[in-house]
Design a protein around this ligand. Sequence first.
Ligand code: DQA
Length: 145
Amino acid sequence: MPKPIYVLSGPNLNLLGTREPEIYGRDTLEDVRKRCEARATSLGYEIVFRQSNHEGELVDWIQEAREKASALVINPAAYGHTSVALLDALKAVGVPVVECHLSNPAAREAFRHHSYVSLAATGLVSGFGAASYELAVEAAAGLAR
Ligand code: DQA
């Protein structure tokens, strides 16, 4: 069995399903986890699926992924727009990185148009709701080593 694909989610995504559902949809984070797991299983991978509201905890998990992951999917949420610490951790991770967003930040407020995470990602999936995560897992499996 290859190393798992890490799927990390940033702040406020624990509220998925009830938080601005007109933007982020009605799937809960647990629904998203199940969809990622099913997609990864079909591709021969396990996932490690975690969410944190804390920047430093996300940095710790990205560092953990250096040794333990074959690829990493991250929805950095608001930290994507602000966090040099996440960017630096991702630049050091040494495994393929796929950025994902439920909404399409490029079609929203200007402050969402810039992503530090994009500077370290091979690619980006955004705008497809929970399916963004599934597509990102599929892309990560394709890039995994
Ligand atoms: C998000 C988009 C971000 O701009 C926002 O801060 C989020 C969620 C998304 O999945 O669409 O919290 O990453």
